[in-house]
Design a protein around this ligand. Sequence first.
Ligand code: LEU
Length: 515
Amino acid sequence: MSANKESWGSRVGLILAMAGNAVGLGNFLRFPVQAVQNGGGAFIIPYLVCFLVMGIPLLWIEWSMGRFGGRFGNHSTPYILDTMGKHRLWKYIGVFGIWTNIAVAAYYCYIESWTLSYVVHSVLGTFNGMDQEGVAAFFNTYVSIGESTLGIPLEAVVFYVICLLLNTWILSQGLAGGVERVAKVGMPLLILFGMFLAYKGFTITAGEDGAINDSSVGLNYLWTPDYTQLWSPTVWLAAAGQIFFTLSVGMGTIHCYASYVRSKDDIALNAMSAGWMNEFVEVVLGASILIPISIGYLGIDRVTELVQSGGLGLAFKTLPFLFTQWGEVLGAVAGVMWFGLLFFAGITSSLAMGTPWMGFLQDEFNWKRKSAAWSFGLIVLVLGMPTVLFFHYGVFDEYDYWAGTVSLVVFALFESILFAWVFGIDKGWREIMSGSDIKVPGIYKFIIKFVTPLLLLFVFIGALITPKGNDWGAALSGNWELDDSSIIKKLMNTSLHRQIAEATDPAVLEHLQET
Ligand code: LEU
């Protein structure tokens, strides 16, 4: 029996910690970009459908699996899954729920550390007086794509270490004393900062502070539906992928947090509260900052172009410059708020990623909380160094692909089968309902048993055999060729080898420096 006696301090604290786990960089940087790339307003329909028939069921599945495992003193997925299915296989599948967290934390904390550094630079006024190119060049140097001493991103390394130390220290204070406290301060501040920036996003007026468009242009651009996209499997897969990423399902963090919930306490309503809070932050705040502000200043064409390379560029190379248009003081305040909100979003998620590993060591090897926390920090430091030092060689994307995308889907697929078919939907349903403060609609019994696993299978197959250019239309009409981003192609290509070969090619490096 484990000597692990952690517990949550209060219900509000638990919900905020769970919401903090879900609300992350993805809400502000990934969601708006996905929406723009997949039909604007029409994206929201597949997105909400996926939330209802895949996201919510997975939340209930994971919360109840966690609370169930906790009853037997298990706080990490290998052992939680083991208590639910007899076959040894489940324990091994559960390992995903530890490994994924460490691997995701390795690159996630790196971005988190940028936000910390950019808060400092906003306070110092580093971006004042710089033009757009200057701000972009600053970032390139920061991550060592541009000029930097010996090609080593010194400042980035320092902030990465500071960020990990901060995570480790908070984790070592325990659930109630560390994680919960940070969530209680961080989440309200994040919402406050988000509202301020969204307000600015809503009220941009053409001709003021160098803006070329009214805010309505950006908001319309994001929310004007393109219904033709509704029939594209690509859009549906993107929506499903975003639901996964944003809710932090398929990772093992929710199981771990929920394993510290007392067995008589509610999970059905708690799961909903945390899940909907995430949706509010994503759909309302996440959509009202990055894209509308950028479009206000740069126009639709330029932003469409910039969005192709993801949200990071807009967030770190463009927004700091746009904020300076609001004057020195307001610009600095906006910078602190933007990067501060990203930092809180990030840290409340990365703390969650530390807990499964710690729970595992505390349960199985009777490690003390402090040593477990330090070991997490150390592993993430070692694993994360390649993303820091070789960021521009695509190592970062490789981590994101395998840990942040593929393994979430694989794990969720297995756990939904375990829950509904091995443990059994009747027992599972009783778990969800036990202690519940709401009446879960009966239709969800059917959804959890059939719809969720099938949809997950569909998403997995979609990722396995993604057709060239992600063009399912052409593929389904007989012209099937695998895209380089499909799992099969990735495995066959030994893409890492290719990337290392490319990395040594000066022409590629030059190209990277230009972009
Ligand atoms: N839910 C997090 C986010 O939206 C991501 C997860 C993989 C930690 O950023």
